[in-house]
Design a protein around this ligand. Structure first.
Ligand SMILES: [Zn+2]
Length: 363
């Protein structure tokens, strides 16, 4: 019925207890004084026989009341015990209703309130944390733009930013580094990959940067992984590569663009070219030429499609073997300071123009 472990309930019970105690002490005193007054009246005053009888009865009643005050609790307890109920004075409510216990309960209740506030705060923070994790998951899904299985349009465009930073590039020998121009190929490929991805997504074309996928962190601006290294079994991202390969992830893309920047010993060459492996200049897709023409319109020099004579282009062959179309582009000569300055000014516009071409080609 009542929570006899609650300090407020116990305070009420304690008050009842104290009032009862008070009645047991003061009640008899008042009654005795009252009865004495009656007796004095009876003895000293002249009253009718009827009045006298009434007063005597009154005195007796008052003495009986005094006795009752003391006896009633005992009778009550006796009745309760007989009908199988707990003796009032042994109930938790009665026993607990004392200053010390109430004090203890009150302290506990206050402590509980404090803990509840802390728990609420923790719960709110947990929700915040969970929300953050969820949001991060969504951002990652956007950043990596992982295609869902059975997507009829495939995964859109896979962008490979050529080369890696040290130390990853050391094991697979594709280190470039900064030249006298102040530009480094691995930085420029990553920079343009980001611009192109942004431009493609803006136009509603799915795009993902392979290096980002391999690194697994969109906040890693350097994206210090090389598709070539990972694919070739070197570097720290081979397991990621193999897992995605097993899932058919790389197959899911409609087109691949591998970005590179060129260099010569004279540091004076400039212009844009498309590279194919082993001199297979005929093995180009229409989009290759469209991209080449678009980029060239910004760099100012179109060096055409050139078959790479220095061996095979690993990624190019990898995707051609999957019957995928891949554009391997040398955007500009990164060792040519002047040419790079010009390109850098137009980088974003150029990325937008390339994205336009890709979009209108139906990707
Ligand atoms: Zn390169």
């Amino acid at each position: 019925m009542f929570n006899c472990d609650n300090s407020t309930v116990l305070k009420v019970v304690l008050l009842v207890k104290e009032i009862l105690n008070l009645i047991q002490i003061i009640g008899p005193i008042i009654l005795i004084i009252w009865a004495m007054i009656d007796i004095v009246k009876l003895v000293t005053s002249d009253m009718s026989e009827e009045k006298e009888k009434k007063t005597k009865k009154q005195i007796i009643n008052r003495f009986l009341a005094v006795i009752l005050i003391f006896v009633i609790p005992t009778i009550l307890n006796a009745v309760m015990t007989t009908i199988g109920k707990e003796n009032i004075e042994s109930t938790a409510c009665w026993v607990n209703a004392n200053e010390k216990y109430i004090e203890k309960k009150k302290a506990e209740e206050e402590k509980l309130e404090e803990e509840k506030i802390k728990a609420d705060k923790e719960a709110r923070e947990l929700t915040e944390k969970q929300r953050r994790e969820q949001a991060l998951k969504e951002r990652k899904a956007i950043a990596f733009n992982k295609p869902s299985k059975g997507d009829p349009n495939g995964g859109g465009i896979l962008i490979i930013a050529g080369h890696a930073y040290q130390p990853e590039c050391l094991t697979c020998g594709d280190c470039r580094g900064t030249t006298s121009s102040g530009y480094a190929e691995e930085s420029e490929t990553r920079s343009l990959a980001l611009s192109l991805k942004k431009a493609l997504l803006k136009k509603g074309v799915n795009a993902v940067i392979a290096n980002q996928v391999l690194v697994g962190d969109e906040n890693d601006e350097r994206m210090n992984a090389s598709f070539l290294c990972s694919r070739g079994g070197n570097g720290n991202y081979t397991n990621t590569f193999n897992k995605l390969e097993a899932e058919g992830y790389w197959d899911s893309f409609a087109h691949i663009i591998e970005i590179h920047f060129n260099a010569t010993s004279s540091h004076t060459a400039s212009g844009t070219m498309i590279m194919t492996s082993g001199g297979q200049t005929s093995n180009v897709s229409p989009i290759d030429n469209q991209i080449l023409n678009t980029v060239s319109s910004f760099t100012g020099s179109n060096r055409g499609v050139q078959g790479y004579s220095g061996g095979t282009l690993g990624n190019w062959n990898f995707f051609k073997n999957k019957n995928k179309s891949i554009t391997y582009i040398e955007v500009e000569f990164y060792d040519n300071k002047e040419a790079m300055h010009k390109y850098k000014k137009d980088q974003e516009n150029m990325a937008e123009a390339v994205a336009d071409k890709i979009k209108s080609a139906g990707y």
